[in-house]
Ligand binder design. Structure first.
Ligand SMILES: [Zn+2]
Length: 360
């Protein structure tokens, strides 16, 4: 009898261990608003000549539906089918479900630092801030025996070298116009590098177009099979700053399609299938209370700290869109990521607690 009990206890222990994710893919799209994530295209902006790039017909044809759920599905079809069914989506303030930056700055470096370190460090107050003194969840995971050598990060923006402290981190941070594939690129990686070098550079040398970051990351996933992969897309923010509402929507729609592509690969690969979690979020919000302020963010824009968070995979219950009143903060993401992977994130700086409702 005692033996049977012991076996049962062991089985339960093994089973709860098995629930954690073995791999995780973290994806951010810069400055993408909860307003579009949950409500789809905004009519006022689509109609506004200042913002619609003389293309309101295209915007309406591609993204408009009378029904709000159909409308958001048109913009983010993967998010509102697979992710909404298999995972959890936080941040619909229409229902009182709130996610905010804990940092007081509401722009990129402080936001990415908060996502990655679990610490809303007020000393990080500039996008030009040097190498991050705080430890990121990526660096913490890369030190774990089972994960060592299996972490990679891809960011369209060159500041990720500093945000993730590439020099100290010990894993590759491929940002902006960095070449992919290291010293022995595959034929496909050589082509990505050649096209990247010759590509249109609307953001100069600071940031590449998302398509290159995506294909670089996808090749990494297929060739090196990382256990922890971070991808940061940047065009949603760039086109919003430019006031190009059509391009902003197109960039978000493309990111959604790329996440589907990544997920389809993951779910057809034996290392990843049913063992991989996906986290999708953003670094900051943008204005909306004053419509014209949708282009901007930062502490001078009252509602720019409003963000959203989505996750699915092992260890994450399938609750869909979270409809309860609640308040979450961005500094909770890092520990949540650690717990999804079965670890407790520790560093020599404060780390906010995980989001308990995410975890099984
Ligand atoms: Zn940003």
């Amino acid at each position: 009898m005692k033996k049977i009990l012991l076996i049962l206890i062991l089985l339960v222990a093994v089973n709860s261990q098995a629930q954690k994710a073995e791999n995780i893919i973290i994806i951010t799209t810069d400055g993408f608003r909860w307003q579009e994530a949950f409500k789809g295209m905004d009519e006022a902006l689509a109609k506004d000549k200042k913002f619609n790039q003389n293309d309101s017909t295209y915007i309406y044809k591609k993204y408009w539906a009378e029904n709000i759920n159909e409308r958001r599905e048109k913009l983010m079809p993967f998010m509102w089918s697979v992710l909404a069914k298999k995972g959890q989506i936080y941040g619909n303030r229409t229902l009182g479900n709130k996610v905010n930056n804990a940092n007081p700055y509401w722009f990129s470096y402080p936001g990415y630092n908060e996502i990655m370190t679990g610490y809303a460090d007020t000393l990080i107050n500039s996008n030009k801030y040097p190498a991050n003194p705080n430890i990121t969840i990526l660096e913490f995971l890369s030190k774990q025996a089972k994960i060592k050598g299996k972490v990679a990060a891809f960011g369209a923006w060159d500041a990720f070298d500093n945000i993730l402290n590439e020099k100290r981190a010990g894993f590759p941070v491929v940002s902006a116009f960095d070449k992919v594939g290291g010293k022995t690129p595959t034929e496909r990686q050589k082509l990505i590098n050649a096209m990247l070098a010759d590509s249109f550079k609307p953001f100069h040398e600071e940031e590449c177009l998302d398509v290159f970051t995506h294909y670089g990351a996808l090749e990494e996933l297929k060739t090196n099979k990382p256990k922890v992969l971070y991808i940061s897309y940047g065009e949603t923010d760039e086109w919003a700053h430019a006031g190009f509402y059509r391009s902003y929507l197109d960039a978000a729609h493309q990111v959604d399609a790329w996440i589907k592509e990544i997920w389809d690969f993951v779910q057809n690969d034996p290392q990843y299938k049913d063992k991989t979690a996906l986290v999708f979020t953003t670094d900051h919000g943008r204005g909306d209370l004053t419509k014209a302020e949708w282009t901007s963010h930062g502490p001078q824009i009252k509602d720019a700290s409003e963000i959203w968070f989505a996750a699915m995979g092992p260890k994450i219950e399938a609750k869909g869109e979270i409809k309860e009143e609640n308040q979450l903060y961005q500094d909770q993401f890092a520990q949540t990521i650690a717990k999804i992977m079965g670890y407790t994130f520790e560093a020599n700086h404060p780390i906010a607690k995980e989001i308990p409702s995410v975890l099984k």
